[in-house]
Design a protein around this ligand. Structure first.
Ligand SMILES: [Zn+2]
Ligand SMILES: [Zn+2]
Length: 356
């Protein structure tokens, strides 16, 4: 099969590799679509994990083979995959810190080499501990929607960490694909979202995704304006969907006492930033983070996406064939004004060949 193999920093090669062989209890999925995710881009551009690997973890496709002891799945099922599933039994899981669980940290979906998601390949093997996270895609929904369950899950998980009441005011900084999903999910819950971005058309888009107000992130009076919009009190919470320390400082300044700033895009360790710890202690402005998904929210996520209460389809602006995955990643890492979520898809030729 064709696969896009990571061979080193910024080195992705289209190679022919063996179709993964499944063991009993597993399933083999022919990949239909895989979303390009910033966490993969980080690994590819910064070489944070050893090569070779086949990345891609926002995957959907069709089951083409089931193992002898696999229960609950059939050949032909269209499915969305979930590459991290916690054990639900360890110390971390009892504290619902699923992303810190050892089982969760193991990647259970692979197209070969060290398991790394494998969505940038024609077929992936799903190991038994990941099967509880496999969701069937309804007939009326697309592979695109199946592939986007994972990013939506990570956002719902983050929102659940914020102590919010209906009608609260939340700043969502950054209106890329992740920021727009925050804007929509928060507004669905009756939260008034103030969306900020540097790009005018993203600010406009934020309004169609449910933002109450949208503001230019570069305006010099941004903090005052945020306070003015929130009855001089300050916003109840801020979601930071851009990896900028300056934006975090702004958010902390615009927050009301007892509010929370949630970091979602600061995914690289080892960089420090000055923080006024007195503001955290005396003003009780908490600084928190959220990473990755919560498997227990998967049903709710599937309901939101498949019933199109959260219609993710307009989020995808560009689609690339598998052989052009490197171009998809390049575009995603340097977004243009009109690019949002980018998808790697299988070409019709591949689908036809498989069908014959
Ligand atoms: Zn992702
Ligand atoms: Zn666990």
């Amino acid at each position: 099969m064709q696969a896009v193999v990571y061979r080193g920093v910024n080195d992705l090669r289209v190679e022919t590799v063996d179709v993964p062989r499944i063991r009993s209890g597993e399933i083999l999925v022919r990949v239909a679509a895989c979303g390009v995710c910033p966490t993969d881009i980080k690994k590819i551009q910064q070489g944070t994990v050893p090569a070779p690997r086949i990345f891609g973890h926002e995957t959907s496709g069709t089951i083409v083979q089931v193992g002898a002891t696999t229960r609950g799945f059939n050949v032909g099922d269209r499915v969305g995959l979930h590459h991290h599933v916690p054990c639900m039994d360890c110390h971390f899981c009892r504290h619902r810190a699923f992303a810190q669980c050892e089982t969760y940290k193991r990647t259970g979906i692979t197209a070969g080499f060290e398991p790394a998601g494998g969505g940038y390949a024609e077929y992936v093997r799903v190991m038994p501990f990941c099967l509880p996270g496999v969701v069937r895609i309804p007939r009326s929904n697309s592979f695109l929607e199946g592939a986007l369950l994972e990013p939506v899950n990570t956002i719902l998980k983050a929102i659940r960490q914020l102590p919010l009441l209906p009608d609260d005011i939340v700043l969502v900084a950054g209106q890329g694909p992740i920021g727009l999903l925050f804007t929509r999910l928060l507004s669905l819950q009756g939260i008034r979202v103030i969306a900020t971005d540097l790009l005018p058309n993203r600010r406009k888009l934020a309004r169609t995704w449910g933002a109450w107000k949208s503001l230019d992130a570069a305006r010099p009076d941004l903090i005052e304006e945020l306070r003015r919009l929130s009855s001089k009190r300050g916003v109840d919470a801020a979601v930071i969907a851009v990896p900028s320390d300056a934006v975090v400082a702004q958010a902390q300044a615009a927050l009301r006492g007892g509010g929370s700033t949630l970091l979602f895009a600061h995914t690289v360790r080892g960089k420090t930033s000055p923080v006024d710890l007195g503001v955290v202690c005396v003003d009780e402005k908490s600084l928190t983070g959220s990473y990755s998904s919560d498997f227990t929210l998967q049903r709710e996520v599937a309901r939101l996406v498949f019933r199109r209460q959260l219609d993710v389809r307009p989020l995808v602006t560009h689609r690339f064939p598998l052989a052009e995955t490197a171009a998809a990643i390049a575009l995603s890492s340097r977004p243009t004004p009109d690019s949002l979520k980018i998808l790697v898809e299988h070409t019709p030729a591949t689908a036809e060949r498989d069908a014959s």
